[in-house]
Design a protein around this ligand. Sequence first.
Ligand code: FES
Length: 156
Amino acid sequence: MKIDYSLVTRRTFLNALLSGWFFAFFSGVFYALIKFAFPTIGKEPDFVVLDINDFKDIPPNSVKPFAWGGKVGLFFKKADGATTALKGLCTHMECNITYKQEDRKFYCACHEGWFDENGKNIKGPPPKPLEFFDIKIEGEKIIVLKKGIKVDLSKV
Ligand code: FES
């Protein structure tokens, strides 16, 4: 069966093509403007300040999450009572990790990655250890900061 007329006219086709091009162009311009206006979106902080009262009662061999920018940080009290903090993201593809108390290991469910309690990648696809932070306690504040970052605590 032959159709004698086209369902899509040349004008309709060109209008759709031009509309698509305008949409793509202005989406790019809009994205660039947003990144210019808010340059810290998606970036991690160098440090965060936490209230010590939120973390002083966590039991040994457990973690408590905190906001690390737009991502998850974990305040970690080891079985021996030592405290530390780490980024709560897997080093493979940045899925959130969980702490398995019974195994004393960190686990990533995305691709079954495992890390020991010191953050060393021991099983699965994660290519490198977890990222640990430095901790400074100043009065009622806990300052969690990236390793190697210097912070003037008098200004915090
Ligand atoms: S994202 Fe964690 S193992 Fe792949």
